[in-house]
Every structure is written in C-alpha cells, then in structure tokens.
Design a protein around this ligand. Structure first.
Ligand SMILES: N[C@H](CCC[C@H](N)C(=O)O)C(=O)O
Length: 332
C-alpha cells in the first residue's frame, strides 16, 4: 500500500468564491486538496499521515481547476445547505472517472474526503450544454438531486469562468434540467417534469401506489382533458425515468373548487374508466396546490366519486358505487 504524497495548499478564498459559498465560510481560507485515486481507505490514512503542509501560498482557483496530474482525483467540495458533494470535472468523457466503489470510499467521512455524494460534470447529450451524473455515498446512482444540481451549476460557472446571470441545459437521469445562476450567486432550478419535450407542472402523491397528477403544462395554463391523446402521452409518463417503479398518471381539469374532472392512464392497465386511488390522489394534489376544497366531486369517464381529505384525521375518504355485473362459472 504505497502512501501517496498528498499536499495541502492554503489560499485566501477569492472574492468571487465568497459569493458562491454561504457566509459561514466567508473568512475560512479556501483549502484545496487533491487525493490520489487510492485502492483502499487505509491508504488515505497513510496519505493523510504523510501529508506535508506547504507554506501557504496563493493559488488561483483556475490553476487548481486546471490540474490534470494523472493518478490523482482533482475535485471541488460544494454544499447546498449542508448537503455536500464532491464535484469532478468530467467534461472530457461520458464515462465517470470514479467508480461507484471509489465513490463510497471518497464519501467516507473518516477515511475519505467525506460527502453525501460525488457529482460529475460531463459533456452534453442530445444537444444539452452539459450532463450530470451522481453517485450517492453508498455507491447507488439516483436520477437527480436538487441540492446537487445547484452545486453542479456553481461548479460549471467556475469551470467555464461564467460571471453574472447564466442559464444552461443539463441532461440528467430525470430528464432535462435548466439551472439559472442568479447575480447574487444563488441558483434557481425549474423542477418541472419534461415529458415528450413538453414541460408539465406535476404533483406526485402516493396512495400506497404512485400517482403523478397534472393540471397544466408550463405553456397552456389549463388542461382540456377530453382533448388529450392518452394512448400517446400516457405511456411516456408511466415509463418516465423519474418514476423507476413507473406511475399512474391523472390529467385533471378544474370546473370549480369542489368539482374536478379527470382522465387517467394507469400503470399496467392503460386508460381506464375510473381509478379510485387516482381520484384520491387528485384531491390531495389539488388541495396542496390550492386549487380545490378538501371535499370534491371527481368526475371520471365512468362516473363521479365523492372524495374528502378530512383535516381532522388527515385521512382520505372515497365514496362511490360498486354494482354486480353478472354471475358466472368457468371450467379451470
Ligand atoms: N384502478 C385502481 C388503481 C390501480 C392502480 C394500478 N394501476 C397501479 O399500478 O398502481 C384504483 O381504482 O385505485
């Protein structure tokens, strides 16, 4: 186990960096560290033990970001409200330069750098400016990460030396994300769901089974549910990468604050005439979005259901008919 030479160089944080780091880091010198890609966490200890602290000298963040020595992982540590990540410049390849197993070691807070995940800034895909992949600290790979994408945006701004307000497109496992760096250094991300190239405003509700409810696309401010081609759009929601277990999808039109109309594309069943859990999820979403009262009539293609999300006990009550169609016997 070769102890790798690791050096720490201290430098004052540059003014522009202060804009991107929360105030509690305002006076702390920026510490840049680069760790050789080690085979096991013990090596990190020997590397840490053998590290020599050079006399503090100023490095520009650009010179650090330009470091390319092979055999080392050069990274920048970011956090979004304490959710912290190791950010890696991977713009030269769509293959992460760190494996999930190495990510686990790097994220180890005792034997590694310590982080909630490793995020890779990669080349764009299908015309986007960049793509982002992330490994969790357990080595698994999520489709997306809200705090992470803000850190990603700040990292891109450093790498690309962007100043002021900037928006760029990022391909992620959850589809297209468009972060916007604001002039105060904060990052705004539109977390809409892009399905078939169209941004939809959605609210997702679990009734024990997953439901994705939408009242509008970003462009058109209200759905006319009878005009929708469910056979075309339904499967694109059901199989969207955002829903690894797939989802039921309810498309809703508001007639009044107590009268909603919905059509449903069910997971595993397609367009059905009625969906009880879906109607319940619709009322929960409508209340959460401030669109309806807690007690509504939900009109489905097969007929109405009375739904109440009762404030007193937080239960959702569904009232509706159930009728015999016929009696039958079949040979098995
Ligand atoms: N039709 C059922 C919902 C079935 C949901 C199923 N399609 C799923 O995969 O969750 C209902 O009335 O609640």
């Amino acid at each position: 186990m070769a102890a790798a030479a690791t050096s720490i160089s201290l430098s004052r944080s540059a003014t522009s960096r202060r804009a991107s780091i929360s105030s509690r880091f305002h006076q702390v010198p920026f510490v840049s560290r680069h760790f050789p890609l080690l085979q096991n966490p013990r090596s990190l200890i020997s590397a840490a033990a053998s590290m020599s602290v050079q006399a503090p000298h100023k490095i520009s963040q650009n010179s650090f970001l330009d470091r390319k020595e092979s055999g080392f992982l050069h990274f920048v540590k970011y956090h979004g409200l304490g959710n912290d990540f190791i950010l890696v410049d991977n713009r030269d390849s769509l293959e992460p330069r760190v494996t999930p197993e190495q990510a686990v070691k790097l994220c180890d807070r005792n034997f590694g750098v310590g982080a909630d995940g490793v995020i890779f800034a990669m080349p764009g895909i299908n015309g986007t400016d960049f793509s982002m992949r992330i490994f969790n600290s357990d080595g698994s790979e999520p489709e997306m990460c809200g705090n992470g994408v803000r850190c990603f945006a700040r990292f891109i701004a450093e790498l690309e030396n962007l100043r002021g307000i900037h928006r760029f497109t990022v391909h992620t496992g959850a589809g297209l994300i468009v972060p916007e760096i604001q002039d105060d250094g904060k990052v705004r991300v539109d977390m809409e769901l892009v399905v078939d190239g169209i941004p939809w405003n959605v609210t997702c509700v679990s009734m024990g089974n997953p439901h994705c409810i939408t009242f509008e696309t970003k462009e058109s401010k209200a759905l006319q549910v009878d005009d929708l081609n469910l056979a075309e759009i339904g499967p694109k929601f059901e199989h969207h990468v955002m829903f690894p277990a797939r989802t039921n999808t309810e498309f809703v039109q508001i007639f009044s604050r107590s009268h909603l109309k919905m059509r449903v594309w069910e997971r595993g069943a397609g367009a059905t005439l009625a969906c009880g859990t879906g109607a319940c999820a619709v009322v929960v979403a409508a209340v959460l979005e401030g669109r309806s009262e807690r007690k509504c009539t939900v009109e489905l293609p097969g007929g109405p259901l009375e739904i109440e999300w009762r404030e007193a006990d937080n239960h959702v009550y569904m009232t509706g008919p159930a009728e015999v169609v016929f009696y039958g016997s079949v040979p098995l």
